[in-house]
Ligand binder design. Structure first.
Ligand SMILES: Nc1nc2c(ncn2[C@@H]2O[C@H](COP(=O)(O)OP(=O)(O)O)[C@@H](O)[C@H]2O)c(=O)[nH]1
Ligand SMILES: [Mg+2]
Length: 328
């Protein structure tokens, strides 16, 4: 499908601020990791950082609605906004996108808004790689602020903590969510805590979070504030945004922004390297080879660790890869 789009033409349109070109380039790097270089070489001399805000919390707490509400305020201020919605628990890759469109009805057609949903693990090369590349393309597109919505933190495939500059943890009234939060260790990652659905109560949750925070110590002199929002009406969302920007200022003052950006790049490089290894290795050792070996060891399954170590030692990635491509 991607073949019919010429990358040079897409880049030209992209540089003229064409949203469709951005969407197509995202699809290209998502579906063909091998073509990422071809796309990104066009931005070699470019310098632009987007500010990345992570919005995390359990399913149903209102992250998408809140993300829409925040985006609306930013768009009204004239900012260019990019949304990435990461929900690997959703079984429907298209469904989340449609659902989120319904949750952000007033803004989806705004010329300065871009949205992308990654609802499943469909993208080749993994979720985190897809997120990295979307961020890179958003940055190349001069987007000011990126909002990443994600379920929970510390997922094996995608870790918002290593990527976002400011993390908002979203909670809701009831459900003993603060206990869940403690269990999940989520209390350690928030730069700001937001009790959403304030129209349904939530004072008690806010108080519990405040108390937990009072018992904690913090890095870099930042004591996370606790705010309450109604993301349907927009109440409290301005206040939340003010805290987000205060956090950004705080980090700038302490020169932590550069450190965060560096950590994100470091993390990205390691992830990409591991993925590259995996892809190279899968070219060297084909699935049939595993079929053969498993048949060979048969009932001697206790040898499995041995066999794999041996196999690994026997692999000279570049040599064997070269040899096999020469054979073709
Ligand atoms: N009463 C109330 N409902 C809300 C609020 N924010 C979101 N919702 C509703 O909560 C449900 C889940 O919202 P959604 O944004 O999809 O949550 P997500 O799964 O965290 O992204 C939807 O039915 C929303 O309309 C709020 O502030 N108050
Ligand atoms: Mg959502």
């Amino acid at each position: 499908m991607n073949k019919k789009y010429n990358i040079e033409t897409l880049i030209k349109n992209f540089k003229e601020n064409n949203k469709i070109a951005l969407a197509r380039l995202i699809s290209i790097v998502e579906n063909n990791p091998d073509r990422a270089e071809e796309v990104f070489k066009h931005f070699n001399g470019k310098h632009h950082d987007s500010y990345i805000i992570g919005i995390t919390g359990s399913p149903g707490v209102g992250k998408s609605t809140l993300t829409g509400s925040i985006a609306k305020i930013l768009l009204d201020k004239g900012k260019k906004v990019g949304i990435i919605s990461v929900d690997p628990t959703s079984p429907f890759s298209g469904g989340a996108f449609l659902g989120d469109r319904v949750r952000m009805p007033n803004i989806t057609l705004h010329p300065n808004l871009f949205m992308r949903s990654l609802a499943s693990r469909s993208s080749k090369g993994g979720l985190s790689r897809a997120v990295f590349d979307i961020i890179l393309l958003y940055e190349a597109f001069d987007i000011d602020i990126i909002l990443i919505e994600t379920v929970g933190a510390g997922q094996s495939e995608f870790d918002i903590y290593n990527i976002a500059h400011t993390i908002v943890v979203v909670l809701v009234p009831g459900y003993g969510d603060t206990i869940q939060m403690q269990k999940a260790g989520i209390i350690e990652i928030g730069d700001i805590y937001d009790v959403n659905k304030k129209d349904l109560g939530g004072e008690d949750v806010a108080v519990q979070v405040e108390m937990m925070l009072d018992d904690s110590t913090f890095q870099h002199d930042w004591r996370p504030p606790v705010v309450m929002t109604n993301s349907l009406s927009g109440e409290g969302v301005n206040d939340l945004l003010e805290h987000i920007f205060k956090h950004r200022e705080h980090m700038k003052k302490l020169n932590l922004m550069e450190k965060k950006k560096n950590r994100a790049l470091n993390y990205k490089m390691r992830e990409l390297f591991l993925q590259e290894m995996e892809r190279e290795l899968s070219k060297v050792i084909k699935p049939e080879e595993f079929d053969k070996i498993s048949t060979e060891i048969g009932s001697k399954k206790f040898h499995v660790h041995n066999v794999i170590k041996e196999l690994f030692r026997s692999v000279h990635i570049t040599r064997r890869h070269k040899d096999s491509s020469e054979e073709k």
